[in-house]
Design a protein around this ligand. Structure first.
Ligand SMILES: Nc1ncnc2c1ncn2[C@@H]1O[C@H](COP(=O)(O)OP(=O)(O)OP(=O)(O)O)[C@@H](O)[C@H]1O
Length: 244
C-alpha cells in the first residue's frame, strides 16, 4: 500500500485579495479516513476548503492529490480528478427537482453512473425520503432533506475525497444524527471525508483524526479519541482561554 496521502496541503497560505486568512496549513488525509476540522467562527475553515477545491487562488505545490501538485486547479477539474464538496449553505439549484439537481452531478462526474460506487438508487436507499420526493422542486424540501440532496449530489461525482462544510448547520438534532450515521458508510467505500464542523463533540465522535484551527493556523492535531476536551478548548480559543 502507498504511504502517499490521498490529499495533502503544504504550507498553504491564502485569503481574499490583500487579506490573508490562512498561514501555512499542513494537513493530510488518507483514503477512507474521516478528518474533522474544527475552530471558531472566522478561524478559516471554509477558506481552507475553498482553497483546496480551487475556488480561491493558491500555489500549485500547496495542494497535492494522490501526491501530484494540483493547487489552483479550477473546481470543475478537481471534481474530474476526484474531489467533491458539499458547500456551506448547500447551494442547490432552486426551481429544479431533486432528480434534476442530481443529474447535474452525474453529467460532470469523475466516472459515469454505474462505474463508481454511487448511483441514484444507492443514495435513495441511504436517504429513502429522497426517493419519495425525487420529482419535487428543491425548495419544497426541508433543510435536512436539502442537505441530503447536497451530499448525494457530491457523491454522484464519485469522489475519492469529500469536503463537507458545516453539514449540520441549522438542522434539528435528529436530522443531524441521521446524516452523520451515513458518514461511516461513505468512508467504507474508501472515500476520504474532510469534515468542517462547529459542534466539537460531534466532530470528535465522527472523525478518526482532527485538526483545530485558530486565526488561520493549525493549533492542534491528533487522533480524535486521544485528544482531551481541555486540549481542544485551549487550541480552539487560544492558550489564554484554556480550561482550568
Ligand atoms: N469573501 C470574503 N472576503 C473577505 N474576507 C472573507 C471572505 N470570507 C471570509 N473572509 C474572512 O476570512 C476569515 C476566515 O473566514 P472563514 O469563513 O474561512 O472562517 P470559518 O472558520 O469557516 O468560519 P465560519 O464558521 O464562520 O464559516 C475571516 O476573517 C473572514 O472574515
Amino acid at each position: 500500500m502507498s504511504d502517499t496521502p490521498i490529499l495533502s496541503t503544504h504550507g498553504l497560505t491564502g485569503g481574499y485579495g490583500d487579506f490573508q486568512a490562512l498561514f501555512g496549513i499542513d494537513m493530510h488525509i488518507d483514503a477512507g479516513e474521516v478528518v474533522a476540522l474544527i475552530g471558531a467562527n472566522g478561524a478559516g475553515k471554509s477558506t481552507f476548503l475553498k482553497s483546496i477545491f480551487g475556488l480561491l487562488p493558491v500555489d500549485r505545490d500547496m495542494v497535492k492529490f494522490e501526491g501530484n501538485p494540483v493547487g489552483g486547479t479550477p473546481a470543475h477539474m478537481m471534481v474530474r480528478r476526484g474531489i467533491a464538496m458539499v458547500p456551506e449553505g448547500r447551494r442547490l439549484f432552486v426551481g429544479m427537482t431533486v432528480e434534476e439537481n442530481l443529474r447535474i452531478a452525474i453529467d460532470n462526474a469523475r466516472l459515469p453512473e454505474g462505474e463508481g460506487p454511487w448511483t441514484r438508487e444507492h443514495l435513495f436507499d441511504l436517504f429513502p425520503i429522497l426517493r419519495e420526493k425525487r420529482r419535487q422542486p428543491i425548495e419544497d424540501l426541508s433543510g435536512g432533506q436539502q442537505q441530503m440532496v447536497a451530499i448525494s449530489r457530491a457523491l454522484l461525482c464519485q469522489p475519492k475525497v469529500l469536503l463537507c462544510d458545516e453539514i449540520s448547520l441549522g438542522l434539528a438534532p435528529k436530522v443531524i444524527r441521521e446524516i452523520y450515521e451515513i458518514l461511516p458508510e461513505i468512508s467504507a467505500f474508501g472515500t476520504a471525508i474532510v469534515l468542517v464542523e462547529q459542534d466539537v463533540g460531534l466532530a470528535r465522535e465522527a472523525s478518526n483524526r482532527l485538526y483545530c484551527m485558530l486565526e488561520g493556523r493549525i493549533t492542534l492535531t491528533g487522533v480524535s479519541q486521544d485528544i482531551s476536551r481541555d486540549a481542544i478548548a485551549a487550541a480552539y480559543f487560544g492558550a489564554s482561554h484554556a480550561v482550568a
